[in-house]
Write a protein that binds this ligand. Sequence first.
Ligand code: ADP
Ligand code: MG
Length: 570
Amino acid sequence: MKVKVLSPQVAAKIAAGEVVERPASVVKELLENALDAGAGQITVETKGGGLESIRLTDDGSGIASEDVETAFGRYATSKITSVEDLDAIATLGFRGEALASIAAVAQVDVTTSVEEGVVGDLLTLKDGLVVRHVPQARPHGTTITVKDLFRNVPARLKFLKSTATENSHIAGVVSQYALAYPEVKFALNIDGRTTLQTAGSGKLIDVVIAVYGVDTARRMLEVNGGEVGWQAGQAVPITVTGMAAAPTLNKAGREALSFFVNRRVIGSRLLTRAVEEAYQGLLMQGRHPIVVINISLPPSEVDVNIHPTKAEVKFQNERAVFTAVQRAVRSALVTTAPVPQIEEAQKPYTGQAAVGPRSLWQSSNYQPGAVPLPEPAQTPRLTLPVLRVIGQVGGNYIIAEGPDGLYVIDQHAAHERIMYEQLTAQKASRGIQLQGMLEPYSFEVTPQQDEILKSESGSLRQFGFTVEPFGERTYLVRTIPSVLKDGDWLAALREILDNPRDKITNVEDDIIKSLACHSAVRAGKVLSDDEMRELIRQLEQAKLPNTCPHGRPTILHLSVRQLEKEFGRI
Ligand code: ADP
Ligand code: MG
């Protein structure tokens, strides 16, 4: 076979494939350009999942007449000039590839003007070539219209999903940038419907309302923290700001984790792990939080030039960034986690009760400022007041009276929380207390459990289980954690062996959760008054009394006021 150099058209399409994977990639690149141009208002309009057309209008700096054709060439950028500039990139773009890539796979129209009163330009490109360039007046800013995306790249078209899927990717990208730039007014219009509109007020909470709705916004806690990392003897300030949802509000997937590094939207396993660690013990397994996290650090501390679509970054000092994020989020959760209250959900929102998140998300006439804004993070962490036990209901719910109404406590969940905190403290100080078996107990394991036991029997001992091999896939248990002496220790041990051991989960914490769950009083157990009183006394001492280690609520509060409302007295 003969080696040939590809024609420029084919080469351009291949190169474009790296940057422009789907319609949402076009939206992302155009948004980044508009933001780099200092836009205060950005409107995105799409049709047919972005394949028919994508139009982005900004009121940014515009492109000068003499530069506009150049801007569509490959490696044409106004943002960096030298290799050294790559060390500290302060703009979202820097490669000069986006416009060229988009023009290679679509038809593009641009109108742009640098200032009021100066006649602007209209430029049309087909197959990457300029076919028209004429003067055209317009207010300062830029409008780029991208039509017939991928029409000349059938291979790419084949891989696109339904219009609805592409629309959701587009909405995702615009939402992310809206969250990253609360001071910019964003509007997204999909097939003639305004699906997102932000106020540009500069307040993150306003954007959270627009993206996630009022109900979610009201349960967001403010994150405000930072660390000083050290790099080659130099102090490196890292600040972490944003919002994190109370643990009772959570999602099945990780789609509501938003990370911005120096205001660039990125995905990051490191940061995901830092956040998950912060929520450790507060969320049910398999559930994920809602967070918006801004990390600011000197541009030289982060390499943004490691990924084709700039979707990931590399930190010089990963450990410091991880710790900063983990601590900032954790402290927001620990100092402000509220006791869930029935009343909370029905508190009148100054006449706005009818405005639910849906209508906000969909309505095109969302007036910034019309919705009274929830003050984030004003709910102080409520330690339990002194409670008087009234009795038990359904074999699992302790009913108690407090200074302000009725408290219902899930006995298993509450005890699980107590045991979890006690065991965590025990592990950290003297180690988990163990108890010898009168006679060793032999039990059989699956091949998978066998592998785990072979490699982890040493560490299991730290949790009170002394397990020795005793023939083919059979083991002898000699000691168990003493908290499980009246519980189903074998079920706990099997659960521990079956826990996932991927990099994301914290194996030790999972073990403690299993011990807590199996040593906690069961649902269905009848408790004496004394036992109930003791349980509540211990719950009052817990650091995070409001949720069990899996994130389920432990306490429900019904205030006197709420009772009076329910009975029609007020
Ligand atoms: P990059 O953003 O990496 O510089 P692009 O291909 O995305 O490369 O854009 C090329 C250049 O065109 C930019 O450097 C900028 O000078 C100019 N440009 C693109 N979009 C806009 C815009 N919306 N407003 C002002 N200038 C723009
Ligand atoms: Mg760009």
